[in-house]
Design a protein around this ligand. Structure first.
Ligand code: E4P
Length: 219
């Protein structure tokens, strides 16, 4: 499963990219607003840091405006994926931008049928929002399972990008459900390796080596 970072903060992305485990980035208008930075300048910086897909979300709500914003985003770098909402206008824009040869991420997906429609419109990525469905008392992970089944039934190539991820259980569930990608907030990404037995085990190994004077000699 590919791991994207869900933030518009270029500095945070640069730090996490040092792990060598960041496959891409997703941004949205709310995340851009949080940074207080110019959105396009941030995207330029992010695309210099991360070579995988970087999602940039349109603000227009009508097809023509989305296409024009999308084409402007696409000029930033080759790895931009244009993010459009799951509306009729969004899907028309998706088809036009995909026909231009651009990557499109269709966002705000809350149902399997919406995901099927996005795939038919040529989406590169579909973004089902797990956490927001859970917040609404539904089962976000069930949506990922259902989309996986529909896409496999018809051999749709659209990648399932599990979004609105709130913690390790969502990452685990998305991986088990066969999501192609999970986009993860920085704090969740940093917590992915946490396990008390790893820390305890390492402390014991090092203490044993110290006690016995185990050394790794240089050649
Ligand atoms: C990413 O593509 C989505 O916009 C993001 O994951 C939404 O997350 P939220 O529901 O925590 O705002």
């Amino acid at each position: 499963m590919k791991l994207f970072i869900d933030t518009a903060d270029p500095k945070e992305i640069a730090k996490l990219a040092e792990t060598g485990l960041v496959d891409g980035v997703t941004t949205n208008p709310s995340l851009a607003a949080k940074t207080g930075l110019d959105y396009v300048e941030s995207l330029q910086e992010i695309c210099r840091t991360v070579k995988g897909p970087v999602s940039a979300e349109v603000l227009a709500t009508e097809t023509a405006g989305m296409i024009s914003e999308g084409r402007r985003f696409a000029k930033i770098a080759k790895n931009i994926a244009i993010k459009v909402p799951l509306t009729w206008d969004g899907l028309k824009a998706c088809r036009a931008l995909a026909d231009d040869g651009l990557m499109v991420n269709v966002t705000l997906c809350f149902s399997p049928v919406q995901a099927m429609m996005a795939a038919k419109a040529g989406a590169t990525f579909i973004s089902p929002f797990i956490g927001r469905l859970d917040d609404a008392g539904q089962d976000g992970m069930e949506l990922i399972h259902e989309i996986r089944t529909i896409y496999d039934n018809y051999d749709f190539k659209t990648q399932i990008l599990a979004a609105s991820v709130r913690g390790i259980p969502h990452v685990r569930g998305a991986a088990l459900a066969g999501a192609d990608v999970a986009t993860i907030p920085p704090d969740v990404f940093k917590s992915l390796l946490n396990h008390p037995l790893t820390d305890k085990g390492l402390a014991v190994f090092l203490a044993d080596a110290r006690k016995a004077g185990v050394r790794i000699r240089e050649e």
